[in-house]
Design a protein around this ligand. Structure first.
Ligand code: PBG
Length: 325
């Protein structure tokens, strides 16, 4: 049967009908809000290229945590900006490092809020790379130990989930082993399994001051041209013990999200990164796009592609719209 008996427009005629047949919905439960915490005090510093996003010192953090909690957002993704950076990124695995202290603070304000901690060295190294540099190159195996210590120190500080974003081979296994040996067998790993060497990260690097001081990240992050390789990355991370898989960036990589969803049954997160946010904000500020409609459409598309969790800097505004605040 076809036209004129079949008319696909019949089910689009009213909002009631459209609601009935809608296939994808975003809800507040899907949202994860990234949070930047900086050492020092009385700091609530706007990030130039990310209007509405700030770096908070610990003493300024409570109102933000309360707002996120009151909006019903279930989780935050924590990034620390330390006072001092060094060759080995020692601030990352300092028991009293900025991210560790932030985790303790957040748990004091709201123990129910899920704290996911980014595990990486790039915010903590003076060269800005995600691992130990030996002879001008990022040394994979030497980095693993430091990542495992970072994850352990964060688990000890009370985070609920650790999220390695460094793209070293074998880091999920190294972290799992270290957590288990120390009694943290119930802390899940959300792996940035598929992380591309993307130009969409540049506003974030301003936010955490982590731009590489030489070279780039192409020897560890993935080539944007590859998708079969993405499936191999996921396969490895699952085999090493990842509990949640992430694809990053999100909007330019919907095909990757969709393929990962088709091939694997693990919960899947998509990280709509800083550059995606900045582009929307810049166009909206000029009145060139309808900000709310664009954001909801983008997030719906990411979920439709197969993501279960949406990591987005828009989380607070979206939570407000979803609850008609
Ligand atoms: C690395 C890390 C990066 C982002 C999250 N974790 C930056 C990078 O790899 O250079 C980017 C997030 C964003 O752009 O929003 N620790």
């Amino acid at each position: 049967m076809g036209f004129p008996e079949v008319r696909l427009r019949r089910l689009r005629r009213t909002e009631g009908l459209r609601r009935m047949v809608r296939e994808t919905r975003i809800g507040v439960d899907d949202l994860i809000y990234p949070l930047f915490v900086i050492s020092g005090s009385r700091i609530k510093q706007p990030i130039q290229a990310m209007p509405g996003i700030f770096r908070f010192s610990l003493d300024e953090l409570s109102p933000e945590i309360e707002e996120v909690s009151n909006l019903g957002i279930p989780a935050v993704l924590l990034f620390g900006i330390p006072e001092m950076k060094d060759e080995l990124g020692s601030g990352a695995y300092d028991m009293h490092g900025i991210a560790q202290e932030a985790a303790r603070k957040i748990k004091k304000v709201n123990p129910e809020l899920v704290v996911i901690a980014d595990v990486c060295l790039c915010e903590y190294t003076n060269h800005g790379h995600c691992g130990v540099v030996v002879g001008g190159e990022v040394d994979n195996d030497k980095t693993l130990e430091l990542l495992a210590s970072t994850a352990l120190s964060l688990a000890k500080a009370g985070v609920d989930v650790v999220a390695p974003s460094d793209m070293m081979d074998g880091r999920v296994a190294a972290i799992r082993k270290c957590l288990d040996q120390n009694g943290y067998m119930m802390i899940p790993i959300m792996s940035y399994a598929v992380k591309y060497a993307s130009a969409f990260y540049s506003p974030f690097r301003e936010a955490v001051d982590s731009a590489p001081q030489f070279g780039d990240r192409r020897s560890y992050q993935m080539d944007p041209a590859n998708v079969r390789e993405a499936l191999r990355e996921v396969e490895q991370d699952i085999w090493e013990g990842a509990d949640i898989i992430m694809v990053k960036p999100a909007l330019p990589y919907l095909d990757v999200i969709s393929k990962v969803r088709d091939h694997f049954n693990h919960p899947l997160a998509a990280y709509s990164v800083s550059g995606e946010y900045s582009m929307v904000k810049a166009a909206a500020a000029r009145g060139w796009i309808d900000e709310r409609e664009i954001i909801l459409e983008i997030l719906t598309a990411i979920k439709r592609a197969g993501a279960d969790m949406l990591i987005t800097y828009h989380a607070k505004e979206v939570a407000k719209w979803l609850s008609n605040l």
